[in-house]
Structure formats: C-alpha cells, structure tokens
Ligand binder design. Structure first.
Ligand code: HEM
Length: 371
C-alpha cells in the first residue's frame, strides 16, 4: 500500500516537473543573461545591443531555475509601448498570497499599532483598515489604481491653478542652485546627486504634504537617510514579495523562511516605520484644518477620498507617500547627475545654454521653452 502511495506521488511530482520543463523548454520567448548588479547589467546589455544580439523581449537568466518563471524583460521602446497598451500587462505583481504576506509584515512590524497610536481609533483611515495594497504603485491596474491617477492629476491641476507648483519648484531649485554654488567645483569634481535628491524630495513634500523644507532640517535629513535604506533594501524586498506570491503559504509564512529574510526586512520596515510616522503626523495636522471644498495638496485629496473609499486604508496612504518619494528622487537625481556629467564634458553646450537662458530672461523676463 505504502509503495503504491509513494509510487503515485513520484509519478505526480515527475509529471509536474516534466510539464514545467516542457513549457519552458519550448517557450516562444528566449532566455538571456541578466545580472542583478546594476552597473554590470547596464554594460552587458549595452554590449549585447551594440552587437545586435539583444532580444526585444527575453526571460532573464538571474540564477539557477529563474528561467522557469514568468519574468520578462523588454528592451525595445516601441515594443514596450505596444505591450503596455494591453491593460492586463499593466498590472503590478499582485495576488492573494502577496496580500497575506503584506498583512503579515504590517502586523509583525506593528505598523498597525503605530498608525492607531498616532491617528487614533476613530480616524477614517483606521476605520478603513490597512487597505487593499501598499499604495499607488502596487496592485492591479483596476478602478482603484485609476482613482489614484485621477487624484494625482486633480492635485497637480489645483496646485498649478494656484501657482503653488511654481512656488514649490522655485523654492527647491533655488536651494539646489545655492547649495551647488556653496559646494563649488573642485579639480576632482563633485557629486551633485545628494543635492538633486534633496531638491526632488522637496518638490514631493510640497506636492504631497503642502510644505517645503530647508535641506538641513533634521526631519528632512531623516527622510533622506531612511530613503537611502529603502533603496539599499528594495531589491531583496521586492524579490521576497514576488516569491511570496509564488510559494505555497505554508512555506512563505513559515517562521523559519521569514527568519532567512529577517535582517533585510528589519532594516526595510525600520525605515518604513519612520516614514509612516512622518506621514501619519502629517495626517493629524492636515485633519485640523481640512477644508473639503478646498483641498490643499495630495494628502488632503486622499483624506477626502478615503471618506467614501474603504480601500484607502492607513497603509495604502502611507505606502503611497513613500512610493512617491522613492519614485521621484532616485530617478530624477540620477537623470540630472547624468546631465551634469554630459555637460561637464561639453563646455560649448553649457555656454550655448547659458546664452539662451540669459536672452530669454532679458526678452521675456522668464525662461521660455521657445527661446
Ligand atoms: C527620469 C525620471 C523618471 C523615470 C525614469 C521614471 C520611471 C518610472 C517607471 C519605469 C515607472 C513604472 C514602474 C512600474 O510600475 O513598474 C514609474 C512609475 C511611477 N513613477 Fe516614475 N520615473 C521618473 C520620475 C518620476 C517622478 C519625478 C515622479 C513623481 C513626481 C514619479 C512618480 C512615479 C509614480 C507615482 C509611479 C507609479 C505610477 C503608477 O503605478 O500608477 N516618477 N516611473
């Protein structure tokens, strides 16, 4: 009897393995090597592109068995545009198992208790619970996600209408220019990235929370430091999340398995907690003077929406604030740093830009794109 059971089990396991192997062996999309080290990855892909070897889409070879998965890398812009015109491809990696893992993290790191302590039991965000996903850049491409995008658009429209967006950008760019000027240039050059990170963070703080900081403000410094930790840990955290969506729950929710990730999750959620504190304290302040007919910033808009949208819970709002900082700061700071590096090699282009800017200010009293 026992042999029959074992035999059946063996056939089932073997059959499943064969099925998976055949599926990926004859998969229409090729595999291609893809290292996780960013700098090396960029070099390898650029070299492959030059040689004409780089597929427009491939399944990344990250580590053993990774080709037996549904990850794809798209390397061609037109192909990418075409792919993401399909609604279903715009979904972020999200399923019930990920939701359970997210819930576990919230409870394990006591983010729920922290939210209740700061916001109070009767706050609408607490009544809504943690929420549907971890915010704007998470979850399915559904009506809830579209809601975020609409609120984003409406906030930008309001801030632009009141000239507030210009004020925020001017305050931030003045600080960036002043600090870069104070740092001065040196023979060996300077790395402006941190200053650009501060500049973008300030624009985000203005947009989301209606305030701007001086760059040496201790709260601002704290946000910058925690953001660094978030970036240091985000890749393993995203891998863990993806794995949680694929593994059986008895593995992903097992204490031993969780222990394997513990040092990274401790670091990441330690920073998330500080971010959340900043966000929830802002919620409390915003509530004191919230005018439903005249929302001032993105947070006001979210708080008003949360009154009729139970999916907008405390973790969704905090996760959204965090993702905006993360999405805007590193991307823009890298782009601007790259621009500086390119310009420093081309002084004649700098001269031309300077001339155009000065002429524009002289003729129109402002910098106009057409000039
Ligand atoms: C050069 C600069 C930037 C680049 C290259 C860039 C790139 C990207 C990419 C590739 C995504 C898609 C991520 C994904 O869902 O897989 C994304 C999403 C996003 N980015 Fe950016 N980004 C830049 C600047 C910004 C800025 C300045 C902001 C905010 C002011 C921002 C906010 C966001 C948000 C909120 C999302 C999530 C959108 C959603 O899921 O609906 N990004 N960005």
């Amino acid at each position: 009897m026992i042999f029959l059971l074992l035999g059946t089990l063996l056939v089932l396991v073997f059959g499943r393995l064969l099925q998976v192997w055949l599926k990926y062996k004859f998969h229409p999309i090729p595999t291609y090597s893809f290292t996780l080290q960013k700098a090396q990855n960029a070099k390898d892909l650029a070299a492959a592109f030059k040689k004409g070897d780089l597929p427009k889409i491939f399944r990344p070879k990250l580590f053993p068995f990774s080709t037996y998965s549904n990850f794809y890398v798209i390397t061609d812009f037109d192909f990418m545009k075409e792919a993401f015109a399909h609604k279903e491809l715009s979904n972020r990696d999200y399923n019930e198992k990920i939701k359970i893992d997210t819930k576990r993290n919230i409870e394990y790191y006591k983010l729920d208790k922290q939210a209740i302590e700061i916001l109070g039991q009767n706050d609408q965000l607490i009544k809504n619970g943690p929420g549907y996903n971890t915010g704007l850049a998470d979850g399915l491409y559904d009506d809830f996600h579209r809601k975020f995008r609409t609120i984003w658009y409406e906030t930008t429209k309001k801030l632009t209408g009141r000239n507030r967006i210009i004020e925020i950008i001017e305050h931030s760019s003045e600080s960036v220019n002043r600090i870069l000027g104070e740092k001065g240039s040196k023979e060996e050059g300077i790395d402006p990235k941190t200053v650009f990170v501060n500049g973008t963070m300030n624009v985000i703080t203005g947009f989301a929370f209606g305030t701007t900081f001086e760059f040496d403000d201790p709260v601002f410094k704290m946000l910058e430091d925690e953001l660094k930790i978030i970036f240091e840990t985000i890749i393993p955290i995203l891998l863990k999340k993806t794995a949680a969506g694929k593994l059986p729950l008895f593995v992903s929710q097992n204490w031993l398995y969780q222990k394997l990730w513990k040092s990274t999750t401790d670091k990441y959620y330690g920073s998330v907690k500080k971010f959340n504190q900043f966000c929830f304290e802002n919620v409390v302040k915003h509530r004191e003077s919230l005018d439903r007919s005249n929302p001032r910033d993105f947070l006001d808009m979210l708080l008003i929406e949360a009154e009729n949208e139970p999916r907008l819970g405390f973790d969704v709002v905090a996760g959204t604030a965090l993702i905006i900082y993360a999405a805007a700061s590193d991307t823009l700071a890298n782009t601007l740093t790259w621009l500086c590096a390119v310009l420093s090699d081309r002084p004649h282009v700098q001269e031309k830009m300077y001339e155009e800017i000065m002429n524009s200010i002289e003729t129109d009293n402002e910098i106009k794109k057409e000039n």
